[in-house]
Write a protein that binds this ligand. Structure first.
Ligand code: ZN
Length: 146
């Protein structure tokens, strides 16, 4: 089953259900603004959620026992909110989905992999503060779509 979760719109407070493998960028049902797009991705929906994503995907390879992963999680959520409409954040629990960790040769976590049009563009290994993560993304994401 594809992960879907209820996310609060940062603009108007409306609660919206957001599917990680939806075909298009999710928008708020009330105010129409792009919503932060974040969810857990499984091996089964990786193709739809990451490779077929209409926007670049930041894949966060993590595990529940990993302290630095817990440190980087709020930073990842913050950039998902700040870059709503321009990025999707795919959380990949490497304990549950070791095949995805192996496929992308993730040897230590947290590892953040930026995918564009289904291909790995670049990766960042280890926890980073939100500001550093944001500037790393800003210099790599395409210009804001019109
Ligand atoms: Zn809204």
């Amino acid at each position: 089953m594809s992960d879907s979760r209820v996310l609060t719109c940062p603009f108007c407070g409306q609660r919206n259900r957001v599917q990680i493998s939806a075909a298009g960028v999710p928008h708020c049902a009330r105010c129409g603004k792009a919503l932060p797009w974040l969810g857990e991705v499984s091996a089964a929906d990786f193709k739809q959620a990451v490779e077929a994503s209409p926007v670049p995907v930041l894949a966060d390879f993590w595990a529940p026992w990993c302290g630095p992963c817990r440190m980087v999680a709020p930073a990842v959520e913050k950039v998902a909110t700040e870059l709503a409409g321009r990025i999707k954040v795919a959380k990949i629990n490497t304990d549950d989905k070791p095949e995805l960790g192996e496929r992308f040769a993730v040897r230590s976590i947290p590892t953040l992999v930026l995918f564009e049009k289904g291909k790995e563009k670049e990766r960042l290994i280890g926890a980073r503060p939100a500001a550093e993560l944001r500037s790393w993304l800003d210099s790599r994401l395409p210009a804001t779509p019109r």
